[in-house]
Design a protein around this ligand. Structure first.
Ligand code: AMP
Length: 357
């Protein structure tokens, strides 16, 4: 356990880092952020920022010196950097989790090996691979870059319509190593936020139902409208994954629910997750505090929900609605301290309590 007053290093300075730093402060910890962009959302509420690239050797040395434990808020932290840091200062979640989640092929293999079903998938290295994979999947699928995809970026959908061109599709994602996933005809998307501590204790929040717009999460609703069997399957998958990764911290895992009751994992993120922001308003211990507790070696907190709620992301110009939202009762607002409300940019979120339990 690290004592109150110790310092937690956070790699990445976005809104997730910001909310982690705020949770850390509430538990008496100091935070230092490694992020190349000065005055980033996380640094605005942290004790210190190292303004440097995530793989800058001097910056990493400084981060290790200042920190008693190090964590991260995004999954594209260079694995080498995390492994180097881990030699002198504990890094949680384990760098292995980064390695697995950074590449969609490694991720799918790991999930399948852990007994967690996913959509069918094929490796795509070139146009020929894509043509063959599309043939195997009856022309339908989603082509995704293996690395550095987020919020639906680097993806091309093939719906089986005439005239869809594998060549153009591969070019559209930049002709980089990719994966073709079978097109899942899902009825709902759900996610689970789960935590594990070093001793292996696991705590799982209630499942959320997610709606995406333009590939970006729009809303998360709790409780879900799926059966308790499906919700139980999602929680079991998270448990399997946490154990297979010997994980410490919070992770988010997304799933597709099919009409026939099948549950397929889409992907996981080795960090706190946008679809878990509702926990801040509807649980005694939020996902952010839970993550800080796990990485600091404190006992994990209660994940029970005290209210039903809907979390809505405030994207781009949505922030203009703020005065009206603030006038609502039961609306918990969180803004990220970003100056420009560009289209598609997550500026904040609001969680509306719909019912107290
Ligand atoms: P991802 O970047 O993998 O989270 O994908 C973003 C969104 O695209 C998902 O939340 C789904 O709405 C949709 N999507 C991703 N993969 C598939 C798939 N294999 N089949 C159908 N829809 C998908």
């Amino acid at each position: 356990m690290i004592a109150a007053g110790s310092t937690i290093g956070i790699i990445g300075g976005g809104q997730l880092g910001r909310m982690l730093a705020m949770a850390a402060a509430r538990l008496g910890y100091r935070t230092v952020i490694l992020e190349p962009q000065a005055d980033c959302p996380a640094a605005q509420v942290a004790n210190e920022q190292i303004v440097a690239a995530y793989d800058d050797p001097d910056a990493l040395e400084r981060l290790a010196e200042l920190s008693d434990v190090i964590t991260y808020e995004f999954e594209n932290v260079p694995v080498d950097a995390a492994e180097t840091l881990n030699e002198s200062t504990p890094v949680f979640p384990p760098p292995e989790a980064l390695k697995v989640s950074q590449d969609r092929v490694t991720e799918k293999r790991f999930l399948n090996k852990a007994g967690i079903p996913t959509a069918q998938w094929r490796i795509v290295e070139n146009e020929g691979d894509l043509e063959a994979a599309l043939l195997a999947f009856e022309g339908k699928g989603i082509l995704k870059t293996r690395r550095f995809g987020y919020d639906g970026k680097g993806q091309v959908k093939f719906s089986g319509a005439k005239g869809e061109d594998a060549k153009a599709g591969f070019a559209a994602i930049g002709s980089v190593p990719a994966i073709l996933e079978g097109l899942v005809d899902f009825t709902r998307e759900i996610s689970v936020i789960a935590a594990r501590d070093e001793a292996g204790n696991i705590r799982i929040y209630d499942i959320a139902e997610n709606v995406h717009r333009d590939g970006i999460l729009a809303t998360s609703t709790v409780p879900v409208s799926v059966s308790s069997t499906i919700a139980g399957l999602a929680a079991d998958s998270a448990r399997k994954l946490l154990e297979a990764l010997n994980y410490v911290g919070v992770l988010g895992m997304e799933f597709f629910v099919l009409a026939n009751g099948t549950l397929l994992a889409n992907e996981f993120a080795p960090r706190v997750h946008n679809s878990g922001h509702w926990t801040e308003a509807a649980c005694a211990v939020s996902q952010f505090e839970q993550h800080i507790r796990a990485v600091a070696g404190l006992p994990l907190g209660d994940t029970r929900r005290h209210s039903d709620c809907v979390m809505e992301n405030l994207i781009g110009d949505d922030v203009a609605k703020l005065p009206a939202i603030l006038a609502e009762s039961g609306a918990v607002v969180h803004l990220y301290g970003k100056a420009d409300a560009r289209p598609g940019r997550k500026m904040g979120h609001v969680t509306r309590i719909t019912k107290r339990l």
